[in-house]
Design a protein around this ligand. Structure first.
Ligand code: C5P
Length: 446
């Protein structure tokens, strides 16, 4: 049966019916993409499989999708799956007489409202920048007079290579729109920037384009081409230590630098979230574009967090002091010859737990940290339950790891499905990876 269908597609007859819903969850037609024609060029990268989901989502919203599959792309997805999902035949041959008679490459590239290249490989981007036209995909891209949106996907070293940087700039200067790439695990085992934007992000970029918000997908319009999957979302991050006054000049503190929390706030804002950073005393500069609320004590931190609600996501990265003075001394404590004073302590409010119990105002996604020196994952699992958090990022802070105050971190992410071990990476990378995971989680919930 499959072979018969494949043969019909090869012959140009497509009569496959797949159930396509053109209504959203509220039973309303999706007007924005309705009747929009997308020419989707699928090039050769492992991320090509994600385009299947993209096609499905585009068609759900009423867009029509026509696919060009490069030779490389065909190594990763079959024409049959693209045809089945797009409900159209798949174009892959520049010199096919039947295609040229029925629809030439010029017509193909112009009979669309938007060309989307996903995945846009380093090779295809180089060819686009150089103006090459040695197959149907590159020819269509050179012949088109329609806007082009690329979703790059490649290994992080290839993405960072000077040649690719130059090609990216050339394409941006010509008005080619871009979504992603994001940072994340790569099929090659490395971690970094170069991962193709998720289907939901590409869809978001396409919708931004048709809404007229070209800045969101325009590398030259200030967005640097970064995907902004958290645009329109609110994020709250706590960071740094707290200072609990003993008397007017002394306080209880800890060694937290605030580096991790600040990096997370930057990463979330970088993905477009409207971010509030509630920071204890640190030596760090306020990150630009973020609303920073400076606090000293745990109680001030809690009050600032509650004021920031409701939010879509809260990340509690602050090292909040567990205790404060039961009674803060009004005047500086003096040595009076009677031995050191007894410091009576009382417990501070648990901010993470309070947010977890905030009822209607509970953040949509609540993330905490667990700094441990032993049984790291075991303690983190217990903490996740006790505090009502969705995710706990556990890290080993025993002195030998150099985590506290250092620049690197080893994370074990505990969620309701288990534990994800991240390799040792910089706090910046941890922040980017977490922000990306948050964006994916939020888009899945939509
Ligand atoms: O209980 P522990 O301090 O190990 O829990 C760590 C997690 O709880 C971190 O996410 C931290 O920001 C948060 N926390 C909090 N308020 C406290 C204590 C911890 O939000 N008083």
């Amino acid at each position: 049966m499959q072979e018969r269908v494949a043969a019909r597609i090869r012959a140009g007859y497509v009569c496959i019916t797949v159930p396509i819903c053109i209504f959203n969850g509220h039973g309303e037609p999706q007007a924005l993409l309705s009747s929009k024609r997308i020419l989707l060029i699928v090039a050769g990268g492992i991320a090509a499989y994600k385009t299947l989901e993209l096609i499905r989502r585009l068609r759900e919203r009423g867009a029509s999708v026509r696919c060009i599959l490069t030779k490389g792309g065909a190594q990763f997805v079959t024409p049959l799956s693209l045809a089945a999902l797009s409900g159209d035949r798949v174009y892959d041959d520049l010199f096919s007489l039947t295609d040229e008679a029925a629809m030439g490459h010029i017509e193909l590239s112009r009979d669309a409202d938007l060309l989307v290249v996903a995945p846009a490989t380093a090779d295809l981007m180089a060819k686009m920048a150089a103006g090459m036209a040695d197959d149907l995909a590159t020819t269509a891209l050179l012949a088109t007079d329609k806007p082009v949106l690329i979703a790059p996907a490649m290994n992080v070293r290839m993405w960072e290579h000077a040649a690719t940087r130059a090609n990216v700039e050339t394409l941006a200067s010509r008005g080619v729109l871009r979504v992603g790439p994001g940072a994340g695990d790569m099929a090659c085992g490395e971690f970094g920037e170069g991962r193709m934007a998720e289907p939901a992000e590409i869809l978001g970029a396409i919708e931004s384009f048709f809404r007229g918000d070209v800045a969101a997908v325009s590398p030259s319009a200030g967005a640097q081409g970064k995907a902004r999957p958290l645009a329109g979302r609110k994020a709250l991050v706590t960071s740094g230590p707290t200072h609990e006054a003993i008397d007017p000049v002394r306080y209880i503190a800890n060694r937290s630098s605030g580096k991790q929390g600040h990096a997370i706030a930057r990463a979330l804002a970088g993905l477009g979230a409207e971010t509030v950073l509630v920071s204890g005393p640190t030596g760090l500069a306020d990150p630009p574009g973020i609303s920073v609320i400076h606090v000293e004590s745990a109680r001030e931190m809690l009050a600032a967090c509650q004021k920031a609600l409701p939010v879509d996501v809260a990340v509690c990265a602050a090292a909040v002091s567990d205790w404060r003075m039961a009674q803060e001394a009004g005047q500086k404590l003096k040595k009076n010859g009677g031995g050191p004073p007894a410091l009576a302590l009382t417990e501070n409010p648990d901010i993470l737990r309070t947010l977890g119990e905030a009822g209607n105002l509970r953040p949509g996604l609540l993330v905490g940290f667990a700094a441990e020196t032993e049984k790291v994952v075991e303690h983190a699992k217990a903490k996740r339950k006790k505090k009502g958090a969705d995710w706990i990022l556990a890290n080993d802070v025993s002195p030998a790891t150099g985590t506290f105050g250092g620049d690197a971190n080893v994370i074990h992410l505990v969620d309701d499905s288990g534990v994800e071990d991240w390799p040792r990476m910089s706090k910046e990378e941890v922040a980017r990876r977490l922000a990306q995971r948050i964006a994916e989680n939020i888009s899945i919930k939509d």
